[in-house]
Design a protein around this ligand. Structure first.
Ligand code: SAM
Length: 284
């Protein structure tokens, strides 16, 4: 790539409060030759508010693959560009992956301009362990698929997060209640940085009741932050989910491998699972 090639800036924009646009983001949006936006009409409001007059072009899920090549040609010819989505950080449950990948393959410098991101904002205020976490994007819209995904996450020991549409929030919480049990702690982070920002954390049984009884809680944008499966204190009976995982693995694998894998999946200590596996298989 020639030294005169342009740069692709990945620019985070506010998720509600316009003051969350960083000074650096504003400078980049003002000085690049072109802004590729998920929805140009949506972004026009933001750009107008800040007096940004840079030309925009649409780059969304439906045209991204084809459009990327043309944008890359322009960057190779020396133009700087910014990619923005409707809100928050591009590529996080938003378009941009193909453009970034192709730009990097073409040797173009890709430069992140960090800022608002709903999942990080939610995690930072949820009060759940944040040293390790998992982000699952949107769960499937249909109940069958959604339940399968929640079931697959039931034994995840890390805090995990999903984005959810307001009209599916209650159904999703009800599925979580059925599959994760009434005690699992979940934080609902709604309308972050906006006037009606609400961050409510409670065991699932209580949270479902609260959302069900107040339709206002079923409006706006939301993130669910789910406590990972708590590790059992030594000496207690084995959690039914951990036992189920161990039982399945024991049908296919030797005791040592089954307990090691079950430990990774459930967060229960390997030695303890090994002991239980030995008892189950009559080898203790
Ligand atoms: N790229 C964005 C980001 O960085 O957060 C996410 C885009 S995704 C298409 C939109 C989803 O993000 C919404 O459905 C909601 O789950 C979540 N979200 C966006 N803004 C939010 C806000 N202000 N409060 C809570 N959740 C928000």
């Amino acid at each position: 790539m020639s030294a005169s090639a342009g740069t692709l800036y990945i620019v985070a924009t506010p998720i509600g409060n316009l003051q969350d646009l960083t000074p650096r983001a504003l400078e980049v949006l003002r000085t690049v030759q072109l802004i590729a936006a998920e929805d140009t009409r949506h972004s026009a409001r933001l750009l107008q508010h800040f007096g940004v007059t840079t030309p925009t072009t649409a780059c969304h899920d439906h045209n991204e693959r084809d459009k990327s090549q043309r944008l890359i040609e322009r960057m190779c010819a020396g133009e700087d560009m910014a990619l923005i989505s409707d809100a928050g950080t591009p590529l996080i449950s938003d378009p941009g992956y193909h453009l970034v990948r192709q730009a990097r393959e073409a040797g173009i410098r890709v430069c992140p301009v960090p800022g608002a991101c709903a999942l990080i904002a939610a995690l930072s205020a949820a009060g759940l362990p944040s040293d390790r976490f998992a982000f699952e994007g949107f769960l499937p819209a249909k109940s069958h698929g959604r339940r399968a995904r929640i079931q697959a996450l039931a034994a995840e020991p890390r805090t995990w997060m999903v984005y959810e549409a307001p009209h599916r929030l209650l159904e999703c919480l009800e599925d979580m209640l059925a599959l994760l049990g009434p005690e699992r702690h979940v934080v609902l982070a709604r309308e972050l940085t906006k006037t009606f920002e609400t961050i409510k954390g409670a065991p699932l049984a209580e949270l479902v009741g609260w959302v069900r009884s107040d339709s206002d809680q079923q409006r706006g944008e939301c993130v669910l932050v789910v406590e990972g499966m708590p590790a059992l204190p030594e000496g207690d009976g084995l959690d039914p989910e951990a036992e189920r995982v161990l039982d399945i693995l024991l049908t296919e694998l030797p005791v040592k491998q089954a307990s090691s894998l079950a430990a990774q999946l459930t967060g229960v200590k390997k030695n303890r699972l090994y002991q239980i596996a030995l008892e189950k298989t009559g080898k203790a």
